[in-house]
Ligand binder design. Structure first.
Ligand SMILES: Cc1ncc(COP(=O)(O)O)c(C=O)c1O
Length: 385
């Protein structure tokens, strides 16, 4: 028998992928499926970015890049913080990664030793607990609900912080809830973590897709934090596999060593293409798309509430609605499965996002046109009678 690392028993699959496979199989049989499960923008990468990518292929400079990313892209990202947030970030602290997934893994790699704990909101992005487990750390799932806007708070952070805790990770806006952490709460959490020998990791991957109020980056906080971001969501570039992290200066060399070993460099053509992502013409396209997401949210949330889903707060960002379906069905997984089979609507069951009341929740992604969302809502209405 070939051995299997025992930790693999702690790595769970993405259940939605099974639903997605089933949805595709139904489509192959000719069934019409409304997709409200997909966690990526339905918009194609903006044309100027594609053109820059094509130029990169034609020029042919497609070798490994430095492990921390090309100097040009690191400088552009630093400039973006100045332009969008008015925050000065030295390019030397910017690390370009293969999706923010790699950034999260590198952050865990440099921070988490065997048995060290990382605080995570439950529900939350499921990969995070698996990154922690991969480095033999201990993810601490902190149950969060409507009373904290489905986010970690300074109080929860203090309550769950132990002598073994090295970091708390928040995503603002969050997947699956679309909710934000107020800036003063981030500040208190970062200071608390720093004064207890740890740090705060802030995943800002859904920045740019915020529909109310100003967003500030955690990079303007006094305490040192790790900020994660990506070209996947706001920039509509999921398949290019490009993200970044801004790390405290003293960690950059450690991250560089890890990146050199783990994947050598992020994709060269994607790094060249991404230079065009910050051009004013591209940003105008992206901001128009952000407004389209807002309009979808403004349609979908009241429509779902009318059907009997409980959505205590209007989600402020990302493209997700995390809805309590307890009034409509006793188990969200069975509900999602039957909804797909019988009504042709694909959504994500709560089980993918943690262990805190998953059977009562489902996630809707509004990564589809308003017309398709309307059709989805009509089908759900008929399904629940
Ligand atoms: C909160 C959050 N962080 C990180 C990621 C990883 O995205 P990527 O690796 O495409 O940047 C996702 C993807 O859905 C996400 O929702």
């Amino acid at each position: 028998m070939i051995p299997l690392a025992p930790r693999m028993g702690l790595i769970e699959p993405f259940h939605v992928m099974e639903l997605l496979a089933r949805a595709k199989a139904l489509e192959a049989q000719g069934r019409s499926i409304i997709h409200m499960e997909v966690g990526e923008p339905d918009f194609a990468t903006p044309r100027p970015v594609c053109e820059a990518g094509i130029r990169a292929l034609e020029v042919g400079d497609l070798f490994y890049t430095p492990a921390l990313g090309t100097p040009e892209l690191r400088a552009k990202i630093a400039e973006w913080y100045d332009r969008r947030y008015g925050v000065e970030v030295p390019p030397e602290r910017v690390v370009v990664t293969s999706g923010s997934s790699a950034a999260l893994l590198l952050a865990m790699g440099v921070l988490v030793d065997v048995g060290a704990e990382v605080l995570l909101a439950d529900p939350g992005y499921p990969a995070n607990r698996h990154f922690v487990r991969l480095v033999n750390g201990e993810p601490i799932n902190v149950p969060v609900g409507p009373d904290s806007n489905y986010q970690l708070t300074p109080e929860l952070t203090e309550h769950y912080w132990s002598a073994r805790t090295v970091a708390a990770l928040v995503a603002t806006p969050s997947n699956p809830t679309g909710t934000l952490v107020p800036h003063d709460a981030l500040s208190r959490m970062a200071s608390f973590a720093a004064s207890h020998g740890g740090t705060l990791i802030v995943d800002e991957i859904y920045h740019g897709l915020v529909y109310e109020g100003e967003t500030r980056t955690a990079l303007d906080l006094d305490a040192d934090v790790f900020v994660i971001n990506s070209f996947s969501k706001y920039f509509n570039m999921t398949g290019w596999r490009l993200g970044w992290m801004v790390a405290p200066q003293r960690y950059v060399r450690e991250i560089e060593k890890l990146a050199q070993n783990v994947y050598l460099s992020a994709p060269a053509p994607a790094q060249r293409a991404a230079l065009a992502a910050f051009e004013p013409g591209t940003i105008a396209i992206l901001d128009e798309r952000r407004d389209a997401f807002r309009a979808r949210r403004d349609y979908l949330v009241p429509a779902l509430r009318k059907l009997g889903f409980d959505i205590p707060q209007m989600p402020q960002g990302a493209f997700y609605v995390y809805a309590n379906c307890a009034r409509l069905a006793p188990d969200s997984y069975t509900f999602a499965r039957d909804l797909l089979e019988e009504a042709g609507v694909a959504i994500t069951p709560g089980v993918d996002f943690g262990v805190h009341r998953p059977a009562e929740h489902v996630r809707f992604a509004y990564t589809n046109s308003i017309e398709r969302l309307e059709e989805g809502v009509a089908r759900i209405e008929r399904f629940i009678g």
